[in-house]
Unconditional design. Sequence first.
Length: 619
Amino acid sequence: MRSRLAVLVIAGSLTLAGCQLLDGGEGPDAALESLAEGLSSGDLSGVPFDSPDAVAAHAAVVEGLGDVTPSVEVADAEVTDDTATAPLTWTWELDGQPWAYETTADLTRVEDAWQVEWAPSLVEPSLVEGEHLTLTRTAAERGQILGAGERAIVAPRDVVRLGLDKTKLTATDDLATSARAIATALSVRPGPFVKQAEAAGDKAFVEAIVLRAEEATTAVPPSYAEIPGAVSLADQQHLAPSRGFAAPILGSVGEATAEIVEESGGAVEAGDVVGLSGLQARYDDELTGTPGLTVIAAGADNDRAVHDVAPVDGTPLQTTLDIDLQTKAEQALSTVGPASAVVAIRPSDGAILAAASGPGSKGLNTATFGQYAPGSTFKVVTSLALLRAGVRPEDTLECAPTTVVDGKSFKNYDDYPSSGLGTITLRQAVANSCNTAFISSRSLVEDGALAEAAAALGLGVDHDLGFPAYFGQVPPPEGETEAAADLIGQGKVLASPLAMATVAASVAAGRAVLPELLPSLDVAQTAPAEPLTGAEASALQELMRAVVTDGSGSFLADLPGQVGAKTGTAEYGSPDASGSLPTHTWMIATQDDLAVAVFVETGESGSRTAGPILEAFLS
């Protein structure tokens, strides 16, 4: 159980009334000081008890409280001839909570020495012979993680614990055979499970796996129930709606690892249930709450509580995630093999409504912390830089099949429409995503202008949002070739799907949007050096709309609402046998008060790979 047991040693300061006897003998101050120090430190070897068994008896009384010692202070002693009494004030720190009370120490003078009379009531006033103290804890209810509308995302859900109950085995049953059969039936590694079962106590339940209740109905074969010792125990665990639901962000809960126990400084013990990753770990203190505790006087006919503190449940953690949209995003990615992501933001307030990482991400947080070249989706940023340089959507640029910069050849994507070549407008260059048109206009983009345009759209400016979030980078280019590559979202330009969804949201909102997942977290936004203007936002909205009406995103034209988009492809890695480089594929879009980014680590093109995922999500 979680324990916050603190050791506080305070030696009692003694002011003993009447401790100087009439016959000139010494008072009981030395014996009382020794008692206070011994009780406070746990070392009673120097206390002059009246019984040789007192030290062992004291240890038996307090052993059930665990590795904790109290603070014990002695007040004025009352001395009468050869007897004395002194009140003791006890304060225990149990899980960081004080338990205070008083007892009385009785002493007797034997010849010239004072002896402390041992009795269990010296430790706790109601204890009698044969009783001892034990500490039990009651776990607090873990706080739920909530989504939009205060709907519970992570909440208690029915599970089934499956494994071997050794008490169910008969004399004729073979332990190893049963354990191996259980592991096989549940697709658990047999060898380790057999060893675990053999090492467990005679009455132990050896857990093999925990399944959601709905999973257990199909995942557990009927033959499981026929295995000697195999049991299925109904229970509850704090779980999300589905196994992978926003898992990289929400994180997981489980038994504390050795590393967590060591780093806690005694606040966490082996066996404690804690947040292991994600929001569950970062906000573990708030979510965990405070366990309840009861000190019991045990050993008599009827155990009784001498101290009781009720548990304090954990505090819920509110997020902006929309359960329905997050589920839809996860479903859209469910069959994607490479790492992938869908991020959806509400432009009006920056609320992150969905942040899904596909199964190909293998548990990594691709959605908000992936770092990839954004390809042609970054042309929205470059377009803003060109608008600020005086280029209007109807102004013309040159779109050649290829262009060379400082010896490096750049070309358009393989199926770029031939009708889009030649002298075209900026609107057409964005709609069809002409690389060479943007690169040919590089002389118009002054040093630092691209980074300033990115910042105006919320990209490249870090903020602590209370969870891992990568806002991207637009560093100064090293040379002409890199500067040209930056204009089309390659070079050293990087972004996460969250960052590109933020770009789309900023276009829709007409200002730099700051994404928000945790409404209770107050984040001060760093204002752009040159904020987005209304005219600039209108022009960018027009350019993204042209992608849907006249360009590479035309397959989105039948969707409801006002949809704008931008496709993107970015080469990375090493060439294959044919000399072709693998490509990241992207697509961003706006639909009324929704902005979305879709990313697939390796694909054919933005429209062909990311496009269908985006269409499924927006439909």
